[in-house]
Design a protein around this ligand. Structure first.
Ligand SMILES: Nc1ncnc2c1ncn2[C@@H]1O[C@H](COP(=O)(O)OP(=O)(O)OP(=O)(O)O)[C@@H](O)[C@H]1O
Length: 289
């Protein structure tokens, strides 16, 4: 069993809850006219550098995400896509040097990483980390109940939690054994990706950021992951996915496709822009106005 301090260290980036779609978490939704009338996420001229080296990576990102939208960010290797996602969740490797990010009407940049998660920002990382000594079910139950506690709801007992987790396991087509195994320990690359979506399904999110969730997935796993994500999506939450591949876009049908280049969103279009990217490459597409 991990100590509480080692567990809490991993929590800010693992703890990403928020209300949801099909189960009790539906009660967490407090959508009002005022929250639906404003963008879910509004990023203006966001600039950020790497703390250690002072190198600026984000050079003025602008992005608006409304509830119910599915956004895809594509772009050359090293263009800043993952950095953007990590800055949004408050990763300590980066320092924001300019611009603003408003999430659900609040200044996201003033929140600690864990608060961002509690507010409903979920991120799955390209390479999800293992948490030795903590089983998947312990982790999920703790996170789920912490979320309920934050919202003033009673904790679920073991039996209720078990049936809730089983329902979510089925959604991502994972075997119950995965609940007893330590978080991501010994998981294959594809199993880690599925496990990320299991966390999303259990915890819910207003905005889910999936960084290359499709990389390393076989065709069946990709279909399972896309199917689970599409069932988690509702008109009241949103998805921001980073990908290099068209196949997940065909399954999740983004409403907006962005090309990131040199730390900025250089171009925005719809799914048809992907054909131009495949035919002409990022540089040509980024240069078009
Ligand atoms: N913590 C860090 N330390 C050093 N360099 C970093 C760090 N984070 C990002 N970078 C650098 O910033 C640039 C952007 O990286 P980032 O991971 O955001 O790119 P990306 O667009 O997601 O690329 P890919 O498509 O290859 O995943 C790269 O040159 C990368 O090496």
């Amino acid at each position: 069993m991990a100590s509480s301090s080692s567990l809490s260290l991993s929590l800010p980036f693992q703890f990403r809850f928020r209300r949801n779609n099909t189960h009790t978490l539906r009660n967490f939704t407090r959508v009002t006219a005022s929250t639906t009338d404003i963008p879910l996420l509004q990023v203006n001229d966001l600039r950020a550098k790497i703390v250690e080296s002072n190198v600026e990576i984000l050079r003025g990102v602008n992005l608006t995400v409304n509830r119910g939208e599915v956004h895809a960010i594509m772009g050359k290797n090293g263009s800043g896509k993952s950095t953007f996602a990590k800055v949004l969740v408050g990763h300590p490797d980066y320092e924001v040097t300019g611009g603003s990010v408003v999430f659900k009407g609040e200044n996201l940049l003033e929140m600690e990483p864990e608060e961002r998660a509690l507010e409903g920002l979920f991120m799955s990382f390209q390479s999800p980390v293992a948490i030795p000594g903590v089983s998947n079910d312990q982790f999920l139950v703790m996170a789920y109940n912490a979320r309920r506690k934050k919202l003033g709801l009673p904790e679920l007992g073991p039996l209720e939690c078990f049936s809730y987790l089983m329902e979510k396991l089925q959604l991502v087509n994972m075997k119950p054994d995965f609940l007893n195994r330590n978080v991501n320990e010994g998981f294959s690359g594809g199993e880690r990706k599925r496990n990320e979506i299991l966390q999303l399904a259990v915890l819910g999110a207003d905005l889910a950021i999936l960084d290359e969730i499709d990389s390393g997935l076989d065709v069946d796993a990709l279909r399972d992951v896309a199917s689970a994500v599409s069932r988690i999506l509702t008109p009241e939450n949103s998805l921001l996915m980073i990908t290099h591949y068209r196949r997940i876009l065909d399954l999740l049908k983004p409403t907006h496709v962005h090309v990131m280049d040199n730390g900025k969103i250089a171009r925005t279009g719809d799914i048809t822009m992907v054909e131009a990217i495949e035919a002409d490459g990022y540089e040509t597409v980024s240069a078009l106005t």
